[in-house]
Design a protein around this ligand. Structure first.
Ligand SMILES: C[S@@+](CC[C@H](N)C(=O)[O-])C[C@H]1O[C@@H](n2cnc3c(N)ncnc32)[C@H](O)[C@@H]1O
Length: 435
């Protein structure tokens, strides 16, 4: 395709590194832009996309191998015209700003062993953008991507954003990258992400031109202005508003609601239960210095037994070489969320209390699957459909369950919140109309 910089695009989109298709819910179900193709490595996730987007062509496998097929599909389907939007959310586990200098020097000296290949997945993504030249693209990643250095297609170390600019600026793309917290857009949990948006619509790039420096701390005109929180006109959406009316559960005595199979939680062992039962809203079990037996307020930060009565304190501890000691952990683990704030970031470990801020504000459990679906906005009134998880086996499933709790927690933990994606695409549609 030649670089004609025309506006002859078709109002469709495609996703790359599509996960379970949660971001695509915001685009197709929320904004009415059909996602005609998706590309995802893991079979369970690609099956989720096929189930929920029956019209979408799903490319299942490695992007390095499938990129040419993906490009051909668009060219045939759109009869050589360009798609309006492509979205990319390459995996972020390998991204780290730490050691960018070390990575650069080891790449220069030909030592590749410590390089994380996942960081290079952006390269086939950029090749697809070069070939299909959508009017817009949205790249979602963790905020530290801003400083990540990779080995580029010429085997040279290069910052990822600089690499995108070098290859896409000559095609007319104005690119802007900013950090957004999705709670500022009505999503009831905190999720900070680096959102990079590229545009090649001439009437827009005349006003917002190609610029070498892609990243900015201030919001760019490509990014929607916040609607919630200090910079928006609405208050942040809280945990109480979103899940406050759901029935009570308990991680030892009441694991699931008979009326809603998704309102279910994993079982805790007795020790976890004892630690968390004594932990107030917003606090960590590591802070539990008051003895539940005699109410004495212990002073030593490392105590696991009460200094007054000798009773066990409800603090995360292990017995090692016959001695009890505090578990080495972060202050954010074994911590409860707060009712009148958005939830903490939903991660793939949303079911694990020893992970970062995973406790329900006042019930003795982590968040249920229904709660994470609501907080992620996958279960949201803006969509007129329900996202389906049934019939896709993955991980350990109990006998009466036809969905995998592990798959749900993973795809939600890795996703761009559908409402957040819809808010970004709403903004691009408005920009397109206003010109
Ligand atoms: C951050 S997740 C994407 C989440 C998605 N945006 C959503 O909203 O649901 C990144 C995805 O890239 C996939 N992935 C990893 N390596 C890949 C590869 N080599 N080719 C294609 N997909 C890959 C992972 O399986 C994962 O589902």
């Amino acid at each position: 395709m030649k670089n004609s910089l025309d506006t002859n695009s078709v109002p469709v989109s495609g996703s790359l590194f599509s996960g379970g298709g949660l971001g695509d819910v915001g685009i197709e179900w929320g904004c009415g832009i059909p996602v005609i193709a998706a590309l995802e490595l893991m079979i369970s996730r690609s099956q989720l996309i096929s189930k929920n987007f029956p019209e979408t062509k799903v490319f299942e496998g490695d992007i390095w191998k499938l990129k040419d097929e993906y490009i051909s599909f668009f060219r045939t389907e759109l009869k050589g015209k360009r798609p309006w939007l492509l979205t990319l959310s390459p995996p972020c586990q390998g991204m780290s700003a730490n050691g960018a200098g070390r990575i650069s020097s080891s790449i220069r000296s030909g030592m590749r062993a410590r390089e994380d290949e996942r960081n290079r997945l952006i390269l086939p993504g950029i090749s697809i953008l070069e070939k299909l030249q959508p009017d817009w693209f949205i790249l979602e990643n963790v905020r530290r991507m801003e400083n990540t250095v990779i080995r580029n297609e010429k085997n040279k170390p290069e910052n990822i954003l600089n690499c995108m600019g070098r290859r896409l600026h000559p095609l007319g793309y104005a690119i802007r990258s900013c950090i957004l917290d999705f709670s500022s857009y009505g999503v009831p949990h905190h999720r900070e992400r680096l959102i990079t948006i590229g545009c090649r619509v001439p009437k827009i790039t005349q006003k917002i031109p190609v610029r070498q420096n892609i990243f900015s701390r201030n919001l760019s005109p490509f990014h929607p202005p916040p609607s919630h929180g200090v910079r928006g006109c609405h208050p942040l959406v809280t945990l109480r508003e979103t899940i406050g009316k759901l029935s009570a559960l308990d991680s030892r005595t009441f694991l699931k609601d008979a009326q809603d199979p998704f309102h279910c939680v994993p079982r805790w062992n007795e020790k976890q239960y004892f630690w968390m039962k004594n932990t107030p809203e917003g606090r960590s079990a590591f802070d539990n210095l008051i003895c539940p037996e005699c109410s004495y307020k212990n002073r030593k930060k490392e105590s696991v037994f009460c200094e007054q009565c000798g009773g066990l304190l409800p603090r995360p501890m292990v017995v090692q070489d016959g001695r009890a000691r505090l578990i080495k952990g972060f202050k954010t683990s074994y911590r409860r969320m707060k009712w009148d704030r958005p939830a903490s970031t939903l991660t793939m470990n949303s079911g694990v209390i020893s992970s970062d801020v995973k406790g329900h504000p006042d019930q003795n459990r982590v968040l249920s699957l229904r709660e994470i679906l609501l907080l992620s906005t996958l279960d949201h009134p803006r969509w007129k459909k329900r996202f389906l998880f049934d019939g896709i086996p993955y991980g350990r499933m109990s006998r009466n369950q036809d969905f995998s709790p592990k798959l749900i927690r993973q795809v939600v933990g890795e996703s761009i919140p559908p409402l957040g994606m819809a808010r970004i695409v709403d903004h691009l549609l408005t920009m397109n109309q206003e010109g």
